[in-house]
Design a protein around this ligand. Structure first.
Ligand code: CA
Length: 234
């Protein structure tokens, strides 16, 4: 039998959250595959080729970013959304740099969580207000591209183009104050669709940016041997 429903892989060790996502996303017409460890998740990702992976960062065996990195590398068609209790800068940046296109905190309501998943499936890039703030702060810090130039020309070149436009900054600033996407659209006189595309671009720029910044930081700390520098946290 051919499975035609889009598949969502939930990688999460908390049974209650898995059960909730299975029920609510199943009701939305999705086929939900569940994994309770990162290792299981990677195996399931290879087997089921999900359209979307929802990844918890605090997994019992590996850090969620490892799974995200795997999915980004091996399943380029698969969107990755982080659900986590961690709103700290390090986790946010590492996740986005690894390839996540949505980052949602577990303190949101159940209804909100499902709405964010559907939003991502519709081509959006969900972002909690606290995350918008981190993205803004991080992009203001500067890439340190020059420092990287000698080691990784490509990254430095990309980093130079990775600053946010005024409009992207406006969108993130309003989001960080807690405005909804449609309120942001109203205030800026743009459609919700345009709002989400600005958010998506911000994620993409931050991925380049945080990758470059991480390499710079590592180089400054003397952690890089020649030829290294592929990730922020390992
Ligand atoms: Ca967990």
């Amino acid at each position: 039998m051919t499975e035609l429903r889009p598949t969502i892989l939930v990688i999460e060790d908390e049974p209650e959250i898995r059960r909730f996502l299975r029920t609510s996303l199943g009701a939305e017409g999705y086929r939900v595959v569940e994994a309770d460890t990162g290792e299981r998740g990677v195996i399931d990702a290879g087997t089921h080729k999900p359209d979307l992976a929802i990844v918890d960062l605090g997994l019992p065996d590996v850090h969620g970013t490892e799974v995200i990195r795997y999915a980004a590398r091996h399943l380029p068609e698969c969107d990755v959304m982080v659900i986590t209790m961690f709103a700290d800068e390090r986790n946010v940046l590492a996740s986005i740099e690894a390839g996540a296109t949505g980052y949602v905190l577990k303190d949101c309501s159940d209804a909100d969580l499902v709405a964010r998943v559907l939003e991502l499936r519709a081509g959006g890039s969900p972002m909690s207000p606290g995350i918008a703030r981190i993205v803004l702060n991080q992009m203001r810090l500067g890439t340190g591209g020059a420092t990287v130039a000698g080691r990784r020309g490509t990254v430095a070149a990309e980093g130079a183009q990775s600053s946010l436009t005024t409009r992207e900054t406006d969108v993130l600033r309003l989001l960080s104050r807690g405005y909804t996407y449609s309120e942001v659209g109203d205030r800026l006189g743009i459609s919700v669709h345009t709002v989400t595309s600005h958010i998506k671009n911000s994620y993409r720029k931050l991925a380049v940016h945080s990758g470059a910044a991480a390499v710079t930081r590592a180089a400054e700390l003397g952690l890089l041997r020649p030829g290294e520098g592929n990730g922020p946290t390992r």
